[in-house]
Write a protein that binds this ligand. Structure first.
Ligand code: ADP
Length: 260
């Protein structure tokens, strides 16, 4: 709380009292602190891959490396770290678009099975690599108004997470149904789960339960923040239910709003 005060005098210049104005600046302070944290986080996230790219490039340039294998390994690291930078910049730009006041979705008529066909094929491949059983149950002919590319991003981010945070031989399931003009999307996995006390924090920008694990899977820490923004822009809701070492279920509800 910020307090501003001023004395009040009588006509004969005698002190009569004082006015005190109390400003509740906790909200302002909180927003300012969040902004600072965000900038610090972005800088840190950018620094890590850049340092690594620079280090390996310098070593390669130094030139006394006779092993072709080692050279290839270094180049592979440079490539991976560049991809990480690219993903990070992509997600940051997307997030900053979504957070702009004048941001508007590009609504189109969408048929869900059509939107999902490519995504399901890719998820099947990813699941197969980890011997994960992936099932998709999609109601026929769900038509809705939505921003095609952004809705697609929601599915991609949730399914990527489900695969990434589920150990080999686990299960991942996608269910999409329509119920009373609401599209219900559920992505569940039998993965590592999320501790109860941080379940509401995972939608924050850059929040990760396990930083190292997220890094290893190429995560930017922005995926769920983006998902939440997109869902809410569609006037929908998102919830998570999860138990440590048992698995997680993300549930989204979006109104079909067909006649816009
Ligand atoms: P990241 O790029 O780190 O995956 P996200 O914003 O997508 O970033 O997710 C934030 C964090 O939430 C992850 O780092 C992870 O700790 C946790 N998380 C997200 N999805 C799952 C899941 N299906 N199972 C377990 N943990 C998850």
């Amino acid at each position: 709380i910020e307090i501003v005060g001023a004395p009040i005098f009588t006509d004969t210049k005698e002190l009569k009292g004082a006015v005190l104005v109390f400003h509740d600046i906790t909200e302002l302070k909180r927003v300012e602190q969040m902004r600072k944290d965000f900038v610090a986080n972005v800088s840190h996230e950018l620094k890590t891959p850049i340092t690594s790219i620079r280090g390996f490039a310098e070593t390669l340039l130094d030139g006394d490396m006779d092993s072709d294998d080692l050279r290839k390994q270094f180049l592979a690291i440079i490539l991976t770290e560049s991809e990480r930078l690219q993903a990070l910049v992509h997600d940051l730009l997307e997030l900053s678009k979504l957070e702009r006041d004048e941001f508007k979705l590009r609504y189109e008529n969408i048929e869900i099975t059509k939107l999902l066909s490519g995504i399901i094929a890719i998820t099947e491949q990813q699941a197969e690599k980890k011997d994960i059983e992936f099932t998709a149950t999609i109601d026929d002919s769900i038509y809705m108004r939505a921003d095609h590319d952004r809705l697609k991003q929601v599915f991609i981010n949730l399914l990527n997470n489900a695969i990434n945070y589920t150990p080999v031989s686990g299960k991942v399931e996608l269910v999409v149904k329509e119920n009373q003009e609401v599209v219900e999307i559920t992505v569940s996995d039998t993965g590592i789960g999320i501790p109860e006390e941080v379940q509401n924090r995972i939608f924050e920008r850059f929040y990760r339960v396990d930083r190292a694990r997220s890094r290893n899977t190429g995560g930017t820490g922005l995926g769920l923040a983006i998902v939440k923004h997109i869902v809410e822009a569609h006037k929908g809701t998102i919830h998570v239910e999860s138990r440590l070492d048992q698995g997680s279920t993300f549930r989204i509800e979006i109104p079909v709003s067909r006649q816009v």
